[in-house]
Design a binder for this molecule. Structure first.
Ligand SMILES: *Cc1c(COP(=O)(O)O)cnc(C)c1O
Length: 361
């Protein structure tokens, strides 16, 4: 008998599943399952990555100063209050490791991002799921669930996989009314897709119980690089830096993200193309009779008549080489999440779904 056991909770973790990237027998696939940027990284980021190869014999920076300064400049934030990690997933993991643990609760919402639950369980904490209202985070439900065991509350804004948002005002109300020992985490993985939205950075700047996470994986087209960051009060950043490994980011990661942070032309192009094609795709799907909430991110959530119809539509899309995301594990079995691709990809998706529905799918 195996007497070697992990910490309680570890074997309860349902491992994260990434979006599929292949369909058997089809070579020309379009991957719209992981909210990746269809334009990829900008030229400045690619050039920086290549240059970084020459310095691979050197250990990387441990304090990430240059990258934190580039982020601070791009977002008008104090670099001293920024921490960088291997994707924002690593920041989420540090938060759970540092603040949650055995005997504590971590709140996330009904259709909330899978990593919140996984990281809470990995830290030995109890993940607590609270209801949303029609696929929108409900601040009052969170306030109802928060108690003396609650350590962290996770909200993605815009949310994944719903694409919906809660207002800054509602978040300010939540931050002001949570028990004083609770840290509110605002995951801004898609914040850059919302025109004029700072990911609630100003709320974070003026309160000591709110922290924001951000990423280079989506708008910046660097999902494969693994760089994200957090912005919070000095006391939170200090705690997270204590659990962070000194060399958690390699020199190529740091140099590439630094170049990407300052490439405003690429950022602008990706933002405007996403807005244009998201608007187009939303209307095209609604015209087909599908339910689609207004999305503020780089994907849309299409609602079908039933889980069966969503599965059939998914199979049909796959047969056409179009890979989208089944979100049954997010309590949305009647939906498919479709990343906003480039124009040809969006047109192919709308066309394929049109054919599927026309055939009585
Ligand atoms: C994609 C995504 C992230 C980003 O994860 P990285 O580790 O930075 O690649 C974080 N939160 C949400 C809600 C996401 O959808």
């Amino acid at each position: 008998m195996n007497m070697i056991k992990p910490q309680p909770g570890i074997l309860k973790i349902d491992p994260y599943k990434g979006g599929a990237s292949a369909v058997d027998g089809i070579t020309d696939v379009v991957k719209l399952s992981s909210n990746e940027n269809p334009f990829g990284p900008g030229d400045a980021a690619i050039a920086a990555y290549k240059r970084a190869g020459h310095a691979l014999h050197r250990y990387p920076s441990t304090d990430h100063m240059a990258l934190r300064q580039a982020i601070g400049t791009a977002h008008d934030l104090d670099p001293a209050r920024i921490i960088c990690g291997a994707g924002s997933d690593e920041i989420i993991s540090y938060l759970c490791q540092a603040y949650a643990g055995r005997g504590s609760d971590v709140i996330y919402t009904e259709h909330g991002f899978a990593m919140y639950k996984i990281c809470a369980q990995a830290a030995g904490a109890r993940p607590v799921c609270v209801p949303e209202r029609k696929r929108v985070v409900d601040v009052d439900e969170i306030l109802k669930a928060a108690n003396n065991k609650t350590k962290l509350v996770f909200i993605a804004n815009p949310a994944n996989p719903t694409g919906t948002m809660v207002s800054d005002r509602e978040l300010a109300r939540l931050a002001a009314n949570l028990p004083e020992h609770v840290l509110l985490v605002l995951d801004g993985a898609y914040a850059e897709y919302v025109e004029g939205f700072d990911g609630s950075a100003k709320l974070v700047a003026r309160r000591n119980n709110v922290v924001m996470t951000r990423t280079f994986s989506k708008l910046y087209g660097l999902g494969g690089l693994r760089v994200g960051w957090g912005f919070g009060s000095e006391h939170v950043i200090d705690v997270l830096n204590r659990v962070r490994a000194p060399f958690n980011l390699s020199h190529p990661q740091l140099a590439t993200a630094e170049a990407a942070a300052s490439d405003h032309a690429h950022v602008k192009k990706c933002q405007s193309e996403n807005l244009r094609m998201r608007t187009w795709l939303t209307k095209a799907l609604r015209d087909l009779g599908l339910g689609v909430d207004d999305s503020d991110a780089n994907f849309v959530l299409a609602r079908f008549a039933s889980p069966q119809q969503a599965d059939d539509a998914n199979a049909h899309l796959q047969s056409e080489g179009l890979i989208v995301r089944n979100v049954a594990n997010y309590g949305l079995a009647e939906c498919l999440r479709i990343t906003v691709g480039d124009e040809p990809s969006c047109r192919r998706v709308a066309h394929a779904l049109g054919k599927f529905l026309e055939a009585g799918g």
